[in-house]
Design a protein around this ligand. Structure first.
Ligand SMILES: [Fe+2]
Length: 427
């Protein structure tokens, strides 16, 4: 039966891959009008022990480590990742590496949903000792059921690359899927894109397994037809409360209050410090942030911070952490701050001491990966006279080199609506 299921799954996938709905064969206009019901029929069903809902998670040194995670509908007994630098399709014995799953468990489900919905099971395989700027092919196996061959690329050590930055995919399911197609198309057209930094608010209620299940399945739309997977850098938004966020991304809580912060290194020249705006800035987070900034700033060309609630917002009030975070960002000369939550498009002027200053910090983002867009406050001083503000589903693209950091805001239809360039700070 298992062999039959696998064969049927492969046949069904091949048929679907030939449809016009494959992400990167769609025109920009078709992406903006893609039929949600048809799209979700393309996705790998969460059924039996078939590996589904795969993701590659980056949460440390992205040149040498990554975690491959997936879901199954049943708990299963044996979960293995077959991987290596050469493609062998589903001839899994030929891969260089075979790692048993390090952590498996049931996604948390609340009592109300449990009355009508079954939970599913996560499986995480952290990989270490990878080579930079290298394609890693992999096949997931759960109790004899195999995924198709997928692959991702580790981050280069010093070469130029691009990073996608976005947030707020929590509602607007059709728009979320269309934005996932947009991400896939960007990845296909620009292979130098390494990952998506998701700024949080993945779903409406972090305690809802049903909503996470949808998000996880929709994420498959970012995978290319040739099997390339877009790694994801996680951030915790105010809608991502509860344990499932940690189960999805295989993360450790920083305190007993489900908080999460971490530093990502993208090669030798780029570091991103991710903070948690659901948790007090004072105390452990401030102490940790100060140490990170003072250690990293002297050694890196591009120092970014990333968190969910804006410190210089275009829609709502400033996050409660503003009085702690902003002076530290300015003291240690952060180059760029990534924000979400406001549901609009925003790029501030460089800010220092509460005013425009060429040596200051630029704040971008506010989230457009699916959620409905708000009307921003266009008259705020930090959005005028060189800043940018608008609304619309979008993702931002950061292009890193030693000499410049280019920022582009890309709309769902592929059009670039804002560009800006930062120069590295004098050392
Ligand atoms: Fe939010």
């Amino acid at each position: 039966m298992k062999i039959l299921n696998t064969a049927l799954g492969i046949a069904a996938y091949c048929m679907l891959s030939m449809t016009n709905l494959s992400a990167t064969s769609m025109t920009d206009d078709e992406i903006t009008k893609a039929d949600y019901k048809k799209l979700i029929k393309m996705l790998t069903p969460l059924a039996g022990s078939t590996p589904a809902q795969w993701r590659v998670v980056w949460s440390g040194d992205t040149t040498t480590t990554a975690t491959v995670s997936w879901s199954t509908a049943v708990s299963g007994k044996k979960h293995t990742l077959h991987y290596g630098t050469k493609p062998f399709g589903t001839d899994v014995a030929k891969y260089e590496n075979h790692l048993e799953c390090k952590k498996s468990g049931a996604y948390s489900i609340n009592a109300k949903e449990a009355e009508t919905t079954k939970t599913a099971f996560y499986h995480h395989v952290p990989m270490t000792g990878l080579m930079p700027n290298t394609k890693y092919y992999f096949v997931m196996e759960s109790d004899g059921e195999f995924s198709r061959q997928l692959y991702f690329k580790t981050c280069p050590k010093a070469e130029n690359f691009k990073l996608l930055v976005g947030g707020d995919s929590r509602s607007g399911l059709a728009s979320r899927c269309r934005m996932n197609l947009r991400l896939a198309k960007e990845l296909k057209e620009k292979p130098e894109i390494v990952a998506l930094n998701h700024g949080g608010d993945y779903i409406g209620s972090g305690h809802s397994w049903r909503q996470w299940r949808q998000w996880l399945s929709h994420h498959e739309l970012t995978t290319l037809e040739d099997g390339r997977v877009l790694p994801i850098i996680p951030t915790r938004g105010n809608h991502d409360g509860g344990p499932i966020f940690f189960e999805v991304f295989n993360l450790d809580k920083m305190t007993d209050k489900h908080s999460f912060w971490h530093t990502i290194s993208l090669g030798e020249d780029v570091q991103i410090i991710t903070l948690d705006t659901n948790y007090s800035a004072k105390g452990p987070q401030e102490k940790w942030l100060t140490k990170q900034l003072s250690t990293i700033r002297p050694k890196t060309t591009w120092l970014l911070t990333n968190y969910h609630r804006p410190l210089y917002p275009a829609v709502k009030s400033p996050a409660g952490q503003t009085a702690v975070f902003v002076p530290l960002f300015e003291k240690y000369n952060v180059d760029l701050a990534l924000e979400s939550d406001g549901h609009c498009i925003k790029r501030t002027v460089p800010i220092r001491d509460g005013k425009k200053d060429a040596s200051g910090v630029v704040y971008i983002g506010e989230g457009g990966l699916g959620v409905g867009q708000y009307r921003p406050k266009e008259d705020l001083w930090y959005l005028k006279n060189g800043g940018y503000v608008s609304r619309g589903h979008h993702v931002m693209q950061l292009s890193f080199s030693k000499d410049a950091l280019n920022i582009e805001t890309i709309l769902m239809n592929g059009k670039v609506t804002d560009t800006h360039t930062l120069k590295p700070r004098a050392k």
